[in-house]
Every structure is written in structure tokens, then in C-alpha cells.
Design a protein around this ligand. Sequence first.
Ligand code: FES
Length: 135
Amino acid sequence: MDERGAPLRLCASAELVEKGRALIWNVLQWREPARAFALRHDGRVVAYLNRCAHVPAEMDWLPGEFLDSRQEFILCAIHGASYDTQTGRCVGGPCAGGSLIALRVEEQGGEVYWYPSRDTRPCTEDATPAHESPP
Ligand code: FES
């Protein structure tokens, strides 16, 4: 069964430069607020939940900066777990056997789109916490 939602535009393709700063956006992961990121590596845009497989913490060492000093791997700033940029699989450090949660993104017509899934949904007005009343 296709679990894809309607694609949502993230940014223009040109905004994600090769091995450059990632785009970060808010999502709901299993109905809980979380952040995701997209970056370009080896010419391809990839996207993951910003959550390390070692400890469920955000990984960027500065906002949007995920790559190691050689710009080869995604590096968790907390304890140094390294991940393959194309697959999200752990390649070193304390994430052994783990993987990042990959999000589906595609480039079409010079734009980058994200396809929400059953598990990872957009943050919308209906995500307002129950204790907050609408204006
Ligand atoms: S939290 Fe990422 S390596 Fe420990």
C-alpha cells in the first residue's frame, strides 16, 4: 500500500548546494514534534529525521551543519556517530547497527519536494496542542 502523502515543496533545488548547509523543517514524527533535514551530497538530495540512532537527540553541530570535517559523512555532534549520507546507515561511532530515519524527497522542475508518510507528517494547524484554544 502506498503510504505517501501529497508532496510538499521544501525549497528551490538551488538552495541546497553540494555539501552545503542543510534545510531544516518541523515535522510530526509519530504525532510528536520533531525536526527533519535535507541536504545535497554526491549530487542527490537526501532527507532524514534529525534524530541520532544512538540517543534520540538532534545531531547538527550548528544549525543545518551535519557533515564531518571532510564532508564525507553525516556526523552526530554529541558523541561522533557517523552515517552514510545516501543510506543513513551507521558507518562508525556509537550508532552501530542503527540508521537514521529516511524521509522521501524528490526534485522536480528545480524544486525539492517532501512526501510525508504515515509516520512522518507535516506540522499543521491541526497539530496545535489540545490545551491551546484556537484564536
Ligand atoms: S547522541 Fe549521537 S552519537 Fe550519541
